[in-house]
Design a protein around this ligand. Structure first.
Ligand code: ADP
Length: 434
């Protein structure tokens, strides 16, 4: 306001001075001529300043305002301040947006924003992966043109359904189970949350199957035990004691099977929950091998030719109890799946630079290739009847796999039906003591 006032005063003073100079120089005519000139100069200056303002407004953002004196100088200064403020606010908003996007990218779930016409405005990387889309190509496309499953369209069309997530199997990412939830928000937009629940559902199925398997495995020996005990009870008075002893013998065998199954289940559960095996507990390889060898000598009872070869490093680092159980399981399987007269060779040797390999080679029945990837699954057996006959629980190799994983070792299986198998546990250098 002050600047405008002083601009006006300056203009009036200049006009008065011009009129006075004109009066003295050329009388009345001179005064009016110079007064008109001064007013003209004043208007031309305003016009020039307006032109500079218009030119500045057309320049890119951030161009400094023109410099001027008086009221125009004050006006340009005020505009400059506002422009700086607007640019700071813009930068802040851009930073906020970038931060929001970074947060949305970091979310473990897929996030997608749809506009009022269901076109994709934005999606994070998880959404791209889950839905088999590509942000660089698919942004701007209508989501129902990309995901054509009718249940997905129904879900978006029906606002009542949006409270509950939709389970979706889409052609765009076959084999995955997705869970999608839509949440409408400002200006007709929709936020889509996408979650890949394949693994969760697999785990739930595994848990269900496991409970069913355990119940089934326990049910058979329990039924047999109960049957024999009841028969023995019914016939207690009029049956020869030899026959009764046979009934009880069979019942005891079945009870032992149940006990073995429960022992294996407890071992597995301990392997899943116990803290990792120590890295600084040395186990002497020779003693461990001798232990396992002695155990299979008892199990084989002279029915096989057994050999033991120890050319490997001095020891292992980890849990002696766990490794003993894993090695004994592998060696025990060789005895149980090798017919009488067969050969079984236990070997401890160096592996690569500084690792170790424990292998059990047998000349037994062997395993067909298609079974190999599933052998370490709980209760997976190539021949259920044969495994039962051999006193197996179907949990041995699952235990071996767990123990080896806990020691960062891997199980390798090489087998040919009718010719025999080799099961090897390969240890990394940091688990081996040379
Ligand atoms: P099981 O208690 O039935 O032996 P495991 O988990 O130890 O359970 O083994 C799973 C299956 O792998 C066995 O049922 C058997 O079919 C097969 N198997 C394991 N070791 C051998 C082997 N040395 N020779 C042939 N088959 C084997």
């Amino acid at each position: 306001m002050n600047a405008i006032f002083s601009e006006l005063l300056t203009a009036i003073a200049l006009a008065a001075l011009a009129a006075l100079v004109g009066w003295f120089a050329a009388g009345e005519h001179g005064a009016s001529l110079l007064l008109l000139g001064a007013i003209g100069f004043f208007f031309l200056r305003q016009l020039w300043m307006v032109l500079r303002l218009i030119r500045w407004a057309g320049c890119p953002l951030g161009t400094p305002t023109p410099s001027a004196s008086g009221a125009w100088g004050a006006a340009f200064e005020a505009l400059h301040r506002r422009a700086r403020l607007a640019s700071a606010e813009r930068e802040h908003a851009t930073e906020e947006l970038a931060r929001f996007r970074r947060a949305a990218e970091a979310l473990p779930d897929g996030v997608m924003i749809l506009d009022g016409r269901r076109s994709i405005e934005w999606m994070n990387l998880h959404a791209e992966v889950c839905l088999g889309l590509k942000a660089s190509v698919d942004t701007g496309s209508c989501i129902t043109h990309l995901l054509r499953e009718p249940e997905f369209r129904d879900y978006l069309d029906n606002p009542d359904h949006r409270g509950v997530p939709l389970e979706l199997h889409t052609q765009r990412n076959p084999g995955r189970n997705l869970q999608i939830q839509a949440a409408p928000f400002a200006a007709g937009r929709t936020l889509l949350l996408v979650r890949d629940v394949t693994q969760l559902q697999k785990l739930a199925t595994m848990r269900r199957d496991f409970v069913a398997n355990v119940s089934h495995e326990l049910k058979t020996p329990l039924t047999v035990t109960l049957g024999f005990v009841e028969t023995a009870l019914d016939a207690l008075h009029d049956t020869p004691s030899q026959e009764l002893a046979q009934y009880l013998q069979t019942a005891a065998e079945q009870a032992r099977r149940m006990q073995q199954l429960i022992d294996d289940l407890l071992t597995l559960s301990a392997l899943e929950t116990d803290s990792p095996p120590p890295l600084d507990d040395p186990i002497e390889a020779a003693a461990l091998l001798a232990d396992v060898f002695q155990e299979i000598q008892v199990l084989s009872a002279g029915r096989h030719r057994l050999t033991l070869e120890n050319q490997g490093p001095r020891g292992l680092l980890g849990s002696a109890r766990e490794l003993r159980s894993a090695f004994a399981n592998l060696a025990g399987n060789a005895v149980r799946y090798t017919p009488e007269g067969g050969e079984i060779a236990l070997r401890w040797s160096a592996e690569g630079e500084a690792g170790g390999r424990f292998s059990v080679r047998d000349s037994g029945i062997g395993i067909a290739r298609e079974h190999l990837p599933r052998l370490t699954e709980r209760f997976y057996r190539v021949d259920r009847g044969r495994s039962r006959e051999a006193g197996g629980t179907g949990l041995g190799l699952a235990i071996v796999k767990h123990v080896l994983e806990r020691h960062q070792a891997v199980l390798q299986i090489d087998s040919e039906p009718g010719r025999g198998s080799t099961f090897s546990a390969v240890f990394p250098p940091h688990r081996v003591q040379s």
